[in-house]
Write a protein that binds this ligand. Structure first.
Ligand code: NI
Length: 260
């Protein structure tokens, strides 16, 4: 089988990521610049990074995305929190890292300014229900109301619709995943690495669990409501960048499915 056509198809795809992701900005872009003209039809303003492709994929659920490309998604659950989330946003901005926030509807209503800041700074929002119940213990109508009310709270606050669900506690049945996908369009997003940060094992432990557990297409689960988790992020991000990983949002990661 001749691999050449495949490589030619992948090269512009990789370039699209290289242009938009932290660590590849600046002079490194010029090394792949010769491929740029063949890649996209939507021209970004001069000097601005090209937007990364996004997708919600075709599976009902993802715990990681099947790719060999060195991309991972950092996900923060249960916020926004009035002090920890802004501190995290400052940090993510300083490192030019984009993340995904699985927010709880009650907190969305309480902290609308933080919600708007999350979106304004290029992060992604996902649905984590209104009241954080165990979905497997609810009727279909009960689940429907939890998802719809959180969706509406996010849309009315930020103007942006969530495209993925993280079920609280990771508790969800296969049947629920299936009808939620059909009705809301949400894939259920689980995780490939859980450092159990909510048990407060210490920031260095959270960092080492995340770094040792990360792999291509990985989805990392932490909670931005806990201060020690925010404390763990500088070393976590620096060590993962040093290992060659780049951070993307969940829908950007799904768009890399079967690439690379
Ligand atoms: Ni949660």
């Amino acid at each position: 089988m001749n691999l050449l056509p495949i490589r030619l198809k992948i090269a512009p795809f990789l370039l699209a990521f290289a242009l938009g992701v932290a660590g590849f900005a600046g002079t490194s872009c010029t090394t792949t610049g010769k491929k740029s003209k063949s890649s996209t039809t939507t021209a970004a303003p001069t000097g601005a990074p090209a937007p990364l492709p996004t997708s919600t994929g075709t599976q009902d659920s993802y715990s990681r995305v099947a790719t060999s490309l060195p991309f991972i998604a950092l996900t923060f659950d249960d916020g926004p929190h009035p002090t920890n989330t802004p501190r995290l946003l400052d940090l993510l901005k300083s490192k030019n890292v984009k993340a995904t926030f699985y927010v709880v509807g009650t907190n969305v209503r309480r902290y609308p300014e933080i919600m708007r800041r999350i979106v304004a700074e290029g992060h992604e929002i996902g649905n984590h229900t209104v009241n954080h119940p165990n979905l497997t213990k609810l009727s279909d109508d009960g689940v429907r109301k939890e998802l719809r009310d959180c969706h509406q709270a996010i849309v009315s606050t930020t103007g942006v619709a969530p495209r993925t669900l993280r079920p609280p506690y990771g508790a969800i049945t296969s049947a629920q995943k299936s009808w939620i996908r059909k009705e809301f369009g949400y894939p259920s997003i689980m995780w490939s690495v859980d450092p159990e940060d909510w048990k407060k094992p210490g920031s260095s432990v959270v960092t080492s669990r995340l770094v040792s557990g990360a792999g291509p297409g990985g989805i990392l689960l932490v909670h931005d409501i806990h201060a020690p988790t925010i404390d763990a992020m500088p070393a976590t991000i620096d060590q993962l960048l040093a290992k060659g990983y780049q951070f993307v949002t969940v829908t950007q990661l799904i768009a890399m499915e079967h690439k690379g």
